[in-house]
Design a protein around this ligand. Sequence first.
Ligand code: PMP
Ligand code: GLN
Length: 386
Amino acid sequence: MNKEFSANRTNGMGTSIFATMSKLAFEHKAVNLGQGFPDFDGPQWLMDEAYKCMKEGKNQYAPTQGILSLRKAISEIQQKYYGMEWNPESDITITAGATEALYSTFQALINEGDEVIMFEPFYDSYQADVILAGGIPRYVTLQKPDFHFDYNELEQTITDKTKIIVINTPHNPTGKVYTFDELNFIAKLTIKHNLLVVSDEVYEFLTFDNAKHIPIASIPGMRDRTITISSAGKTFSMTGWKIGWAIASNKITEAIRKVHQWTTFAVNTPGQHAIAYSFTKLDEYLPNFRKEYLDRRDLLLSELKTTSFNAHKPLGSYFMMVDIPESSMLNDEEIAVELVKNYKIATIPPSVFYGKSNEGRTMLRLCFAKSNETLIEGAENLRKFK
Ligand code: PMP
Ligand code: GLN
């Protein structure tokens, strides 16, 4: 075939690193601390509820914006946990995971040539979505070891073409939780330059130690400038259910819903009902959920102490970054392949999450949403690498 059928916008778009590493993990029978998903199920009562909903006949298309009871539940959570008032009728849209919320949001907001600032390492779909929408990604680096950013660098990255700043807190892949000062600085710039913020908060309930999750939309002046995105997949350890949402003021929501209706139209019905129910149990569910993830984080941190991979302690999410031992003379991609093939441990090489700095070459990402046995076995395999 000499005719090029694929659209230009797909050029240069490779397979996601998560799919690539999970495939390698499978082929080499390696312990998978790479792709971010729990290797255990979420609560049994949630599965029972989904089954009950199916048996009750909740199986046909849901309304395009999502079932009202789930939108109401999300609005109540926003009120209760963050003091935010959102109208479930006009401000909340249920999507096929946070992934679709992000895609629909960027499609809804970006015109050709608009610039979008993202902090690197970034969650990979931001860059892809911005490019697919005709926008131009610009980068600000979260710098090791604490993944802070330089306020001047952010300010100087803003041009008259900038439209959106993307943040993700708690942060994948570093485990950073943005502080009030950082969010306040971003908010001030957003208001000063008349921008929007897309805030990915899928790990909103996974913070550790004294870290506190603050939605940037709750900072004065930011409510109508923020699109808040989250997902039930992380909170209920059911990443395959793909139920997410976008929260934004009415006008922005209207634009997001226009894209959403032509992307998925509606999201799976029994899953939405089951998640609406699960939110009624959130208060009793969260303490144990957080404690279990804290224990997993601490187990992996302590196991890593006897390896040559120095860990950066995460304050949120279920990921941590580790430094590649300098003596290996390998970059992240080289060592990730070496580890999965010869040491039976899959990780994520993070350099694909950077658009500007080379810092990603010096680290690997590990996921600790895994059973104790998997974490111990994974660390055992890493320990063999000298
Ligand atoms: N944003 C971040 C930061 C994520 O880590 C993920 C999934 N790991 C997503 C978005 C996508 O969420 P979902 O699976 O609900 O589409
Ligand atoms: N977000 C998950 C991660 O960070 C992966 C999701 C995916 O594979 N698309 O590993």
